[in-house]
Design a protein around this ligand. Structure first.
Ligand code: ATP
Ligand code: ZN
Length: 540
């Protein structure tokens, strides 16, 4: 038991690293500077008789080719060097096969925690990760429980999470808390989550996040939630449920719901959250809270970039270690493969709302990567960035297509194609499932997604419901991602679908950029006119 002594401890936190082990070209963030900051806080806290814990709200994976192409090894190496004590498992930890997740678990010198992810083993559900870990801070025992958004079930890659079950975090934490209490394992319980902070519990189309969970638990059960996923700076207008207009360098008041503090530090390690707690007479007090910028910059009145707050000198040992990972991959990524004179449009707000030249370019690349394909479908959420006019590098292909999907060829009879397109082409505009489609002229009824599409022509030829047609589509969508019909399920409604697994999507895009560029033997400039979407092709 913690007794009567006052225990001082500091929780530091980051979340949504997304491959940002290295600083950006302006020298902002980066793990070497993060380590310098965290080391200095540790020293200061220790000198004042306190102890520290360092937590991550998850989503270590996916975002930068230097990290993605090395299975985020540099990020885990960096986290070890910085001395993370635990992390929540994020949805993007499942962008890779479970073999990669297991490799990362080996690399990490700290537990990857999630109480609500189960795996079926010998017909029984067992937790795939440790649900919590108890840390001893002086005379105080602090349990840290990990939780993951249940949305992972629908937004994760179905090819990789098929064997996993994601239960409701709030139900799960109730179980874990009663277990911890029953066994008298801890004096205080914290959660490290990847569920999202939505002010005033307005979670919209997402699964319920940290605020909903805090409100549902008995007051006093959970001291604080260290979160992630929504990538916000959780800094509130004091005493309200609305976000303050927080800018780097400002003071920050974390959220508090039903007695539970909720904290989150935007993303990429741009900030380190620092919460100084005091525990005395069975009561927890938050003495101070800060979101400390990690070498973030702003323009001064002369237009020069200046560091916000204290300039941090990156830890040289960690920088050297990470530099090896960073440099190793540059020759591959910097290779120039094409030229374009217009933007290829992949900004999420555009590509998830309308047909774009990049959507059609990738669809055309996938279509041409396999023989005898009539048309192509591409989930717009899989298009992760635009490509600017000018020189195109291999790097661009990896940034646009980071997910390691294979291009699949699906063959069905015309009447099934009409049913399939009826449901796929009516998925909500604005969502990642909104489809980029080439070589089909049709109309669909968005109010009745169960109705078959009325197809006029495929590849310019009159459509026949009895003829067989083939289309390409990413493996993610074939397996039911974005709620597309799961063509791999035993009980799907397209029993005659034949599926052929082709090449990796990023390789297909890269080769298509090269071959389209080669058509202009003088300047290598790709003629983009064939990929301009024809707005008359699909009527809704
Ligand atoms: P967060 O980083 O906060 O977890 P997120 O990436 O899950 O966000 P979005 O950026 O909205 O959320 O992207 C979700 C969309 O990304 C999905 O609707 C889907 O279309 C696409 N997507 C996600 N994973 C894959 C994948 N493995 N392959 C292809 N597309 C994917
Ligand atoms: Zn996430």
């Amino acid at each position: 038991d913690a007794g009567d002594a006052c225990v001082k401890f500091t929780i530091m936190h980051t979340n949504d690293n997304h491959g940002r082990f290295w600083e950006n070209s302006d020298g902002e963030y980066g793990m070497a500077a993060r380590k310098a900051l965290i080391d200095s806080i540790r020293t200061e806290v220790r000198q004042n008789g306190g102890e520290t814990l360092l937590l991550s709200g998850g989503d270590i994976n996916t975002g930068i080719p230097e990290s993605d192409l090395q299975d985020a090894e540099p990020d885990f190496v960096g986290m070890n060097a910085i001395g993370y004590n635990a992390m929540a498992v994020g949805n993007h930890e499942f962008d890779n096969a479970l073999t990669v997740v297991e490799k990362q678990r080996e690399w990490a010198n700290f537990p990857m925690l999630s109480a609500n992810i189960y795996k079926t083993e010998n017909d029984t559900l067992v937790r795939y990760f440790d649900p919590y870990k108890v840390f001893t801070i002086g005379s105080l025992r602090i349990a840290v429980v990990g939780l993951t958004t249940e949305d992972t079930e629908t937004i994760g890659n179905p090819q990789f999470i098929g064997d996993l079950t994601f239960t409701k975090p709030t139900d799960e934490i109730k179980k874990v808390i009663s277990e911890i209490k029953a066994n008298d394992e801890a004096d205080l319980i914290f959660a490290v989550t990847h569920m999202g902070h939505y002010a005033d519990a307005a979670f919209g189309s997402n699964a319920p996040g940290d605020v909903s969970m805090a409100r549902e638990l008995p007051e006093g059960d959970l001291a604080a939630i260290i979160g992630g996923h929504s990538q916000v700076a959780v800094c509130m207008e004091s005493g309200t449920n609305t976000y303050a207009n927080f800018k780097a360098g400002d003071a920050c008041t974390p959220d508090q719901q039903n007695g539970t503090y909720i904290m989150q530090a935007r993303d990429w390690g741009k900030f380190v959250g620092r919460a100084d707690f005091e525990y005395f007479n069975g009561k927890l007090n938050l003495a101070s809270y800060k979101l400390i910028p990690v070498n973030l910059k702003e323009e001064d009145s002369n237009g020069n970039l200046v560091t916000i707050g204290n300039a941090l000198t990156p830890n040289i040992t960690l920088r050297d270690t990470l530099k090896v990972f960073q440099d190793k991959i540059q020759p591959t990524l910097e290779k120039e493969i094409a030229n374009i004179s217009e933007k290829l449009e992949g900004d999420r707000k555009v590509v998830r709302n309308q047909q774009t030249n990049l959507g059609h370019f990738i669809a055309a690349a996938q279509k041409s990567s396999l023989d005898d394909v009539d048309f192509a479908i591409l989930n717009s959420g899989g298009v992760r960035a635009s490509i600017k006019p000018g020189v195109v590098k291999v790097r661009n292909a990896y940034i646009v297509q980071p997910f390691n999907n294979s291009v699949n060829k699906v063959t069905m009879t015309g009447s099934d194609i009409a049913r399939y397109l009826g449901s796929v082409a009516t998925i909500k505009v604005g969502s990642g499932g909104y489809a980029q489609i080439i070589n089909v002229n049709m109309s669909v009824n968005c109010d009745k997604p169960t109705e078959p599409a009325i197809i006029n022509s495929i590849g310019g030829e009159t459509f026949s419901p009895t003829e067989k047609y083939s289309f390409t589509i990413p493996s993610f969508s074939v397996a039911g991602g974005d709620k597309y019909p799961n063509l791999r399920a035993d009980d799907n409604n397209f029993q005659d679908a034949e599926i052929f697994v082709g090449k990796l999507d990023v390789d297909v895009l890269r080769q298509f950029l090269e071959s389209e560029s080669a058509k202009d033997s003088e300047n290598g400039i790709i003629d983009l006119s064939p990929f301009e979407p024809n707005i008359e092709d699909i009527t809704y």
